[in-house]
Design a protein around this ligand. Sequence first.
Ligand SMILES: [Zn+2]
Length: 362
Amino acid sequence: MFSHLIGNDEVKDSLRRLLATGRTTGSLLFTGEQGVGKKLFALELAKAFNCRNRTVGNNRTKDQSPKSKDQTLDACDECSSCKRIGRSAFAPFGKDDDDKSRLIWSEHMDVAMARPYKNIIRVPVMRELESEANFRPFEGATRVFIIEDADYMNDQAANALLKTLEEPPPTTHLILTTSNPMALLPTIRSRCQVIRFAPIPHEQIEKFLIDKEAMPTADGKLLARTSRGSLGRALATDIESYRERREAMLAVLTALALTGDRTRLLRSAEDLAAAKDRDSYEQQLDVLESLIRDAWSLALGRPKEMLVNSDLLKPLQSIAAELTSKKAMSWLSQIEELRGALEVNLNRRIASDALFVSMAMA
Ligand SMILES: [Zn+2]
């Protein structure tokens, strides 16, 4: 079970144990960065709860070998229930969806999801969940409700959910996912069993991208190393535009470290500020940071295998030759300061100019 999902072997073990003992509490809270597989694991669990070919953990005899134990826990991936739950893509809300404050049902009548619309999960969807959670399963053994990005519930929604969490029927499971557990009400956290997801090692992401996604080796390597442990992020990144952004940021770094070309820096600041939204602006800063870290790592004599941008070895080496730790640290902290300032509404054009000018003086 979970065998086609990469990373988080410890999570796989605890979920298997949970299924084996049959002691699944009503509610689970999956925490971890975006894109590490929380939703996919939740769906896998929903499959296992409802698979028509699976023997429930409790029914096993004690002397079964570990292998057969595993087999009884597996969702078969072949029965109609497994197949339909597996097909649940839960596509993002489209423009024409008429009601965005409702549960989104999978093709299976017992598996549904709630997710934020415009960054809020509102109370009607939690009320719907509350009433649906009280029904016995329609076609499977267990009703499973996934609440994606549960930290986006507003207070009313969270309070409505608390009622369901207090006394979930034994045939209902709630799985909350979040990358920001501290933003949840403590009363919600304390009513769930917390399962922590770790970033996925970049070697595993690389292997997945190259073997399963048939990506060219160089692209897979680069995306895996820039993904910071998130397969979702790697898959969502457009490699061509990523390379363009990186080229632009390498020019900034070269101007800062080698040529001192102020005109170039101000032009780059202008380009940076033209980013279409805050997310893409911050992605540019991510790229700049990763280049600085790489050059710094070379300056410190660390092995080149550790570089994120290992395909840019030559230019990074030239920059590293001129780079002191003091300067690298100062650059990184100036970027971090700007990120903090982005929390308040600030003029990105002015901020970008100021950043590059002050980095040039570091
Ligand atoms: Zn099955």
